[in-house]
Design a protein around this ligand. Structure first.
Ligand SMILES: Nc1ncnc2c1ncn2[C@@H]1O[C@H](COP(=O)(O)OP(=O)(O)O)[C@@H](O)[C@H]1O
Ligand SMILES: [Mg+2]
Length: 334
């Protein structure tokens, strides 16, 4: 990935400090001291660090050190103050900050082997969507896109906080799909079939008949679009009087694959236990989403079955409660 995507305030400050270093070694000592001071007032969320340790095991300490270094450098380069962690993140360091231009959000994605290419395209997707009012503005990026400074949206209420109504959740997420699922240059985003996400589904589905179905659905096509891939109710925030999306894991693929919203929170939890009633509920839920998104309901259901099964097989080992809910979804889908 090229450096051409890096942009914005202060992006040249790091190289100018290297030039100063050769002229005056003391500058580097002062800079490192100031970076330490910048780092210490920002406690890094334990849950995020625990996830990085889990995902990168023997590489964890270097993943953490790399993120801390990028965090400190970004704070310095973008002249950020008043940093405080934002609750709710699982993958990245997400901090509210004051920049010379005003309030902002600093997001430092981890440099994780196998996932970096996708994580680094997050600001690229956000910038495409923000033009249509469906994502925060991207003020600046560094580190090939892995570190970004975003508009802080207000009030920032998540879709989870705003409603517990399953139809509203999938209807809102579906409506946002009309902006998300854009035609994009295939060179600029990772194909769904080639990414670690799809490889995870393949691993889980190995030996099942759904594995072949997955390969069929993953076949590149001229109908492929930009996907969010992590489209759930905590990644939709209220901005003024509209909804915006954050935190994509952007891919290029079948737009019907963006069904994570069904597998999480009220839409999943509220499936009635009586089979006929449950079926009717899922028919209505998938139809509401497909209509809002302009997608084909049968293909939405095909993807939902595949992604829910892959997630359920994973959750059987890692999260038995979620696994039970997902198997209930799979038994009820017709
Ligand atoms: N641009 C933003 N404006 C306001 N709040 C934000 C913004 N970006 C992130 N947040 C808050 O920070 C939380 C974590 O951010 P997110 O990008 O989802 O991180 P992660 O990748 O770790 O899930 C979100 O749930 C949201 O509450
Ligand atoms: Mg998130």
């Amino acid at each position: 990935m090229s450096n051409a995507h890096d942009s914005g305030v202060g992006s040249s400050r790091r190289s100018s400090s290297s030039a100063l270093l050769s002229a005056d070694g003391r500058y580097e000592v002062e800079r490192l001291l100031s970076l330490q001071l910048c780092m210490s007032p920002v406690p890094l969320p334990e849950n995020v660090l625990a996830n990085w340790r889990n995902w990168s095991s023997d590489q964890a300490e270097s993943v953490i050190a790399n993120a801390q270094d990028r965090l400190a450098t970004a704070i310095d380069a973008w002249q950020l103050t008043d940093l405080a962690p934002m609750p709710g993140g699982e993958v990245a360091l997400v901090l509210v900050a004051t920049s010379p231009a005003g309030e902002a959000v600093l997001k430092v994605n981890p440099n994780l082997a196998g996932d970096t290419d996708v994580l680094a395209t997050e600001p690229r997707a956000l910038a495409l969507w923000s033009g249509a009012g469906a994502a925060p503005q991207v003020y600046a990026t560094r580190d090939n896109g892995l570190t970004m400074l975003l508009q802080r949206v207000r009030p920032g209420t998540t879709l989870r906080e705003a409603t517990t109504d399953a139809m509203s959740i999938v209807g809102t997420l579906g409506g946002l799909c009309r902006v998300v699922h854009q035609h994009v240059d295939p060179q600029r985003f990772c194909r769904l079939a080639d990414g670690s996400e799809a490889n995870g589904w393949r691993r889980e589905l190995a030996g099942t008949r759904e594995h072949d179905e997955l390969e069929r659905l993953l076949k590149p096509s001229s109908d492929d679009r930009l996907l969010h891939t992590d489209l759930h109710r905590i990644n939709a925030l209220r901005s003024g009087n509209r909804w915006v999306l954050i935190d994509p894991k952007p891919h290029l693929g079948d737009p019907h694959a963006d069904v994570f919203g069904f597998m999480y929170g009220a839409p999943l939890r509220d499936i009635p236990h009586q089979l006929a009633v449950g079926r009717e509920y899922l028919r209505k839920l998938t139809a509401t989403y497909a209509t809002a998104a302009g997608l084909d309901r049968d293909r939405v259901v095909a993807w939902l079955r595949i992604r829910a099964l892959a997630a359920a097989l994973w959750a059987q080992r890692e999260d038995p409660h979620w696994a039970r809910e997902l198997f209930h979804l799979l038994e009820t889908l017709d």
